[in-house]
Unconditional design. Structure first.
Length: 361
């Protein structure tokens, strides 16, 4: 170090969080390099602009900045939403406000420390989903074992009684009983798959081949009004995964997309590298890169209320759905050290993003 004059700029340049110096009027005077990355624009483009342009329609921020300038008050971890260069692209953030004092000149403005909470929110949501799955897995295991034995007795008794009844009409009633018992038995099997430890059999896989094999089946089942569009990144290498398990995941997700288009529409499949960040996990401290498989439809969409419970077992909006397809898909993807993200709004379609690491731990 040669002195404070060079030390301070080097600290600012090294920080991964955005730091802005803002005048009492809310004008951005200076920012560090992390600010450019966070807001997707150069310092020259945001210096001299109002900070409120980057946090629109949030008057509490302006109130607190003015209070910091007037009284020297600091504020920590104010939750808000920032706006990147694309006006439609916002991100969750937390900001800390501190008064900027310059020697004898007194208070000159506000230092604004901004943290992007996008990754934190995704990790918190993933943790919440894992907790739900863990609790539901224990409950499902107990329920399934308790239900399975009576089901065997009911089905066997119904079949024996059917063979001894001479009346055809009465035998038809027993057919209904046997059919419904079989349906419950299949649901119990799905419950068990939530709870059982079934580690993936990892093999090198071509994700595009898996998707194409599923599409052959789904295109035959879909109406002519449903259009399938594929945008595959040919540079994607093979991933390490369990072919049968991943086929189950993508078959379920593509089928959900098709069922969201009762009057027809478009289903778009996209593959690419994940470009926002790499991930480190405890069992494998080396950062690994993910691929993304996105399945998008322009169908009916999902309400905000239902988005919160999509991965809760037995929660479904389908008249004939079991509410286990998405929880089981999430469990499989998590067993592959990946994650699922769903973006949707009512009437505006749905995007399901499946993140899978290129190499397993």
């Amino acid at each position: 170090m040669t002195g404070n004059s060079t030390f301070a700029p080097h600290i600012l340049a090294s920080l991964i969080d955005a730091i802005l110096l803002v005048s009492p009027e809310g004008i951005i005077l200076q920012g560090n390099f992390a600010t450019e990355d966070m807001f997707r624009q150069s310092q020259d483009s945001f210096n001299g602009k109002s900070i409120y342009d980057f946090f629109p329609d949030q008057p509490e921020i302006e109130i607190k900045i003015k209070e910091t300038c007037a009284e020297g008050t600091s504020f920590r971890d104010i939750e808000c939403f920032g706006r990147r260069k694309n006006a439609n692209l916002s991100f969750p953030a937390s900001i800390t406000l501190s008064p900027y004092l310059s020697g004898d000149q007194g208070l000159q403005g506000v230092v604004v420390h901004i943290r992007d909470r996008s990754l934190v929110q995704e990790l918190e949501e993933t943790s919440r989903q894992i907790d739900q799955m863990s609790r539901m897995g224990v409950l499902s295991l107990g329920m399934a074992h308790e239900i399975k034995n009576p089901l065997v007795a009911i089905s066997g008794s119904a079949q024996l009684l059917k063979s001894r009844l001479p009346d055809e009409e009465h035998r038809e009633y027993l057919d209904v009983v046997i059919k419904e018992v079989d349906r419950i038995n299949r649901m119990v099997g799905r419950m068990l798959s939530l709870a059982e430890r079934n580690p993936p059999n990892l093999q090198p896989l071509n994700i595009h081949r898996i998707l194409e094999e599923i599409l052959i089946l789904e295109k035959d089942l879909a109406s002519e009004a449903v259009e399938f569009v594929q945008y595959y990144d040919p540079s994607l290498p093979q991933i390490s995964g369990d072919e049968d398990q991943l086929k189950q995941v993508f078959l379920n997700l593509i089928r959900n997309a098709r069922e969201a288009l009762p009057s027809g529409g478009k289903i778009t499949l996209t593959t690419r590298f994940r470009s926002d960040y790499t991930v480190k996990i405890k069992s494998n401290p080396n950062p690994h890169q993910d691929i993304v498989v996105e399945i998008a439809d322009d169908g009916v969409g999902i309400s905000d209320q239902h988005l919160k419970t999509l991965f809760v077992p037995f929660q479904t909006t389908k008249s004939k759905g079991s509410g286990l397809g998405l929880p089981i898909s999430l469990k499989i993807v998590e067993d592959h050290h990946g994650n699922i993200k769903i973006i949707s709004s009512k009437g505006k379609g749905t995007r399901v993003q499946v993140f899978l690491p290129l190499q397993q731990a």
